[in-house]
Design a protein around this ligand. Structure first.
Ligand SMILES: [Zn+2]
Length: 337
């Protein structure tokens, strides 16, 4: 087995280890492709703090290489998407079968070793079979779509309702496509011109840069003065919270999406004055099958987000050439042969 181990910021070392034996209910997966996202890159550079040594990588697809016992769900050579969340099965939420709300959730590539390796043994519940029609590259975006589906679940999406999405990354574009699919009206707000252009190309008609447009005025006009009852703010984005409050209706719901360690100052006065309801969504657990379906049917289009391919054995050299700006719209794809 081979794995790229991050020993300190910007120092990846390729390490070999002896093959492992799978235990009951486990499946050995040969990992084929791994996405390098902005979150992974922040771990690599040390911008996000972590204990070392550590293996990064949260989004991957692979092929089943061995199955323990008589598993009725998977066979050798099945292509799979890997769900990186491993619930503890011991907390109250897990005992209530609410695994996606587990209070001690392990996440591969976040709080335990990730997927930049050629083989991994996982419980079969963490794997989702991929339909033939879905390419590996598109399937790497299943975790993004699953995360956005969990955001959608928490919003009150009424037909024709305007949903403001504040995002400095491509995840906002995926969410906007889903909002439109569920017949609400996405209003995409980003300080990144390349993201706004991609959103417009994908039919997200209301797309604004708060540095260039008066977003409050625009939304006042679009909503006929009602403003937005549902808003989503991606936690890794840079926004002035004043813009967020100014487009909120009274009693609005504001979803803070993601688990970036960026801090924002929330105004208690504004939250109270407008009776705002603020809540968080931070993972895509439980929504992988639906996400796969939405990518196969091309309800969500991620073509513009698939970046350059990096060979596995050159990863350490290639990582040094990446800038975090280029990962905002396109993620890199690591191919493992
Ligand atoms: Zn648990």
């Amino acid at each position: 087995m081979k794995a790229w181990v991050l020993e300190e910021p910007r120092k990846l070392v390729l390490k070999s280890s002896a093959p492992t034996e799978i235990t009951e209910n486990q499946i050995k997966v040969k990992i084929e492709e791994v996405l390098i996202t902005n979150s992974d890159f922040e771990l690599y550079t040390g911008a996000s703090k972590h204990k070392y040594p550590f293996i990064i990588g949260r989004n991957a697809v692979g092929v089943v290489s061995a199955v323990a016992g008589d598993n009725p769900f998977f066979r050798k050579m099945d292509r799979v998407s890997i769900e990186p969340y491993i619930p503890c099965e011991a907390c109250d939420e897990c005992k209530n079968d609410e695994y996606e709300k587990c209070s001690n959730m392990q996440e591969l590539g976040y709080n335990c070793n990730g997927l930049l390796q050629n083989f991994i043994d996982l419980p079969y519940a963490n794997l989702h079979r991929l339909p033939e029609k879905l390419s590996n590259e598109k399937a790497l975006f299943v975790p993004y779509v699953a995360f956005c589906l969990n955001v959608i679940d928490e919003l009150n999406l009424e037909k024709g309702r305007h949903i403001a999405i504040f995002s400095s990354t491509k995840t906002g574009i995926i969410l906007a496509q889903l909002v439109a699919y569920y017949q609400a009206v996405p209003v995409f707000i980003s300080n990144r011109e390349e993201l706004l252009n991609t959103a417009r190309d994908l039919g997200i008609f209301y797309s604004f840069n708060p540095e260039e447009a008066d977003v409050e005025k625009e939304i006042l006009a679009i909503t006929g003065g009602r403003m937005c009852n549902e808003l989503v703010l991606f936690s890794n984005s840079d926004f002035n919270m004043k813009d967020v409050y100014s487009v909120s209706a009274v009693n609005a719901n504001i979803c803070l999406a993601g688990y970036s360690n960026k801090e924002s100052k929330l105004s208690v006065a504004q939250i109270c004055k407008k009776h705002l309801n603020i809540f968080g969504v931070y993972n895509g657990a439980g929504s992988y099958s639906s996400a796969i379906n939405l990518l196969v049917t091309e309800t969500v289009n991620v073509d513009s987000m698939i970046g350059k391919i990096i060979p596995f054995d050159k990863l350490n050299e290639e990582m040094e050439k990446i800038s975090s700006d280029e990962l905002i719209l396109k993620s890199k794809v690591v191919k493992i042969n």
